[in-house]
Design a protein. Sequence first.
Length: 221
Amino acid sequence: MSGNLILYGMDISPPVRACKLTLRALNLDYEYKEMDLLGGEQFEEEFLRKNPQHTVPLLDDNGALIWDSHAIVCYLVDKYGKSDDLYPRDLVKRAHVDQRLFFDASILFMSLRNVSIPYFVHQVNVVPKEKVDNIKDAYGHLETFLGENRYLKGSSLTVADFCCGATASSLAAVLELDQEKYPKVAAWLERLTELPHYEEDNSRGLENYIQLLKPVLKLEE
Ligand code: GSF
């Protein structure tokens, strides 16, 4: 039973949307607290006490505070999943899903954050070629990982699809996906839109995120 789950987030944030997709897939009720990151609410003392790294998403599970979306989604499946489908317990299968999660944390999401933070914090709207290239590389890796599979790790959905999917769909804010070059990524992202409530959990925040960034960014190519 989920007692008192609270998710601190902001809808435009990809890792927050990954957590929402996971909570939805697990059919968990939770309270959602929207934070005003652009107004600096994450630096207020009360929030810093909960997460000194001042990032969202942050999960409060009856007093247990967990941040970093990847830690949150794994925790949620381990604690509340009726099966281990979304985050397998088998060590090899789990390691493969973890690899995709760490890829999101260290490569995929960073290729986006390295563009979004300079803009949101310092109003830097010129994106140098090497940052554009990082995004192209990230799309390329996803194309390879997908191979002939429906999902990022094999034939069934895992938390890696939620994390990488929320990020990959958001990369369009910087560089639109070239569907001819990355057809598997395009088909996978399209497949994810068929998830129940995907519109509410990912698309809405995603559209706002794209609206905020895309019109102002100037790409050096
Ligand atoms: C990244 C969270 C993050 O950068 C995760 O949870 O997966 N690896 C972490 N969150 C940003 C919002 S966003 O860019 O999605 C955030 O909270 N920034 C506010 C700040 O002060 O850093």
